[in-house]
Design a protein around this ligand. Structure first.
Ligand SMILES: Nc1ncnc2c1ncn2[C@@H]1O[C@H](COP(=O)(O)OP(=O)(O)O)[C@@H](O)[C@H]1O
Ligand SMILES: [Mg+2]
Length: 353
C-alpha cells in the first residue's frame, strides 16, 4: 500500500470533550488509511465515536491529538482560507438531510456554489446536471416538504457533490430510510464511486449497509477502532466479539439460535452442534457429503446462509453432527484443517455465538 494511494489518513487521533467536570474521550488513538476509490465503512453502535471521528476528516472537529492528512495536505497546519478550500474537497451527507426548507430542490443544490467563480449560467447548468445525476429531473422545482426521505437524501447528495469533492462522507445517511430506499441510496453511492471515482466513507450501525457496498471496514467500540480489514476478512474471519455480533446479526444466525432457545428445541436436536464459517471454494453440499463419506458422520443442516460478497462466496452453516465419538472428533479435526472456521456450540446454555 503506497502512501500516494491514501486519500485520507488519520494518524493517532484523540478527541476529548470537556463536559462540565468530567472529560469524555470520544476517540482514542485512532489511525485509519482510506485509499483513493475505496468505499470505506466505519461501523459501531451509537456512542462509539463514529460521528466525532468523521468530523475530524474535514476538521469540523479539531482533534485533541494526532494528524489529519487529506490528499497529502496536513489539514491541521493550514491557514483558515486554505482550510476552507480544502474542505470543498470533502462532501458530507447526514441522517436528517439538513436541507433548507425554504429553498427549492434546485436552490438547495445551487447554494454551495454561491462563492465560486462560475457564471450564473454555468451554475445553473451545473445544478441541472447534478439533479439529473441523482435522478430528480421531475422534482427540481419542489420544496423539501414535498419529497420522500429517499428523494431528500438525493438532494443532499447532489448538494454535497456541487463542488466536485474527491471524498464523500455519509454519516448514517440511510438510517432514517426504509430498507428498499436504503438499497437505492447505497446503489447511488456505489454508482458515484464507480462513475465519478469518488472515495466514499460510510458511517453506519448497520452491517447490511456495509455488506452491500463497502470494500474495507473499520469496527469502532468505545472510541477505538477494534478491528479493520477487507470486507471479506471481516465477514469470513471476524476476530473481535463485537465484529462477530455484527456479522451474526446480518447473516440471521443469531435469530435462529435465539429461536431454538426460546422454543425449547435444544433438547430435540441430537448430536454435536457446530457453526461453520467459510470463504471461497467450499460449499455446503460437498462438505456435508465428505463428512459422511470420510468419517461416517451424519450432518443435519439446521441453518445455512450463503452470499456473494465482492464475487466471493461467504457461507455460514449450523450443523448437528451424529456418529460415534471418535469419528466426530476426527471430522471436527478435518474441518479445522480445511479452510473452514469451526466453532462448537452448546445449544442448551449458549445463545450468543
Ligand atoms: N460536543 C460534545 N461534547 C461532549 N461530548 C460529546 C460531544 N460530541 C460527542 N460527545 C460524546 O462522544 C461520544 C461519541 O459520540 P459520537 O461521535 O456522536 O458517537 P456515534 O456517532 O458513534 O454515535 C459519546 O459519548 C457522546 O456523548
Ligand atoms: Mg453518529
Amino acid at each position: 500500500m503506497s502512501e500516494e494511494n491514501n486519500i485520507v489518513q488519520l494518524k493517532n487521533i484523540d478527541v476529548t470533550f470537556h463536559d462540565g467536570e468530567k472529560d469524555v474521550t470520544a476517540v482514542k488513538n485512532v489511525s485509519i488509511n482510506v485509499e483513493k476509490g475505496d468505499i470505506f465503512g466505519v461501523i459501531g453502535y451509537s456512542g462509539a465515536g463514529k460521528s466525532t471521528l468523521v468530523r475530524v476528516i474535514n476538521l469540523l472537529q479539531k482533534p485533541t491529538k494526532g494528524e489529519v492528512i487529506v490528499n497529502g495536505q496536513n489539514l491541521t497546519e493550514l491557514k483558515p482560507k486554505e482550510l476552507r478550500s480544502a474542505r470543498r474537497n470533502i462532501g458530507m451527507i447526514f441522517q436528517h438531510f439538513n436541507l433548507m426548507n425554504s429553498l427549492s430542490v434546485f436552490d438547495n443544490i445551487l447554494f454551495p456554489l454561491r462563492d465560486t467563480k462560475l457564471s450564473k449560467s454555468e451554475r445553473k447548468a451545473k445544478v441541472s446536471s447534478l439533479i439529473n445525476l441523482v435522478g430528480l429531473d421531475e422534482h427540481a422545482k419542489k420544496y423539501p416538504s414535498q419529497l420522500s426521505g429517499g428523494q431528500k437524501q438525493r438532494v443532499a447528495i447532489a448538494r454535497a457533490l456541487a463542488n466536485d469533492p474527491e471524498v464523500l462522507i455519509s454519516d448514517e445517511a440511510t438510517s432514517a430510510l426504509d430498507p428498499k430506499t436504503t438499497t437505492e441510496i447505497l446503489d447511488l453511492l456505489s454508482r458515484l464511486n464507480k462513475e465519478l471515482g469518488i472515495t466514499v466513507v460510510i458511517i453506519t450501525h448497520e452491517m447490511d449497509a456495509v455488506k452491500q457496498i463497502c470494500n474495507r471496514v473499520a469496527v469502532m467500540e468505545k472510541g477505538s477502532v477494534i478491528e479493520e480489514g477487507s470486507l471479506l476478512s471481516i465477514f469470513g474471519q471476524p476476530k473481535q466479539q463485537l465484529t462477530k455480533d455484527f456479522v451474526n446479526t446480518s447473516t440471521r444466525i443469531s435469530n435462529v439460535l435465539e429461536e431454538i432457545h426460546e422454543a425449547g428445541l435444544a433438547n430435540q436436536i441430537s448430536g454435536r452442534v457446530v457453526q461453520l464459517n467459510y470463504l471461497g471454494e467450499s460449499t455446503n453440499e460437498p462438505l456435508v457429503v465428505s463428512l459422511y463419506k470420510r468419517f461416517g458422520v451424519e450432518a443435519n443442516i439446521l441453518f445455512s446462509n450463503i452470499e456473494q460478497l465482492q464475487n466471493t462466496t461467504v457461507g455460514i452453516m449450523l450443523l448437528s453432527l451424529t456418529g460415534d465419538e471418535s469419528s466426530l472428533d476426527q471430522a471436527l479435526n478435518y474441518l479445522n484443517e480445511s479452510k473452514v472456521n469451526v466453532k462448537e456450540i452448546n445449544l442448551k446454555d449458549e445463545v450468543n455465538v
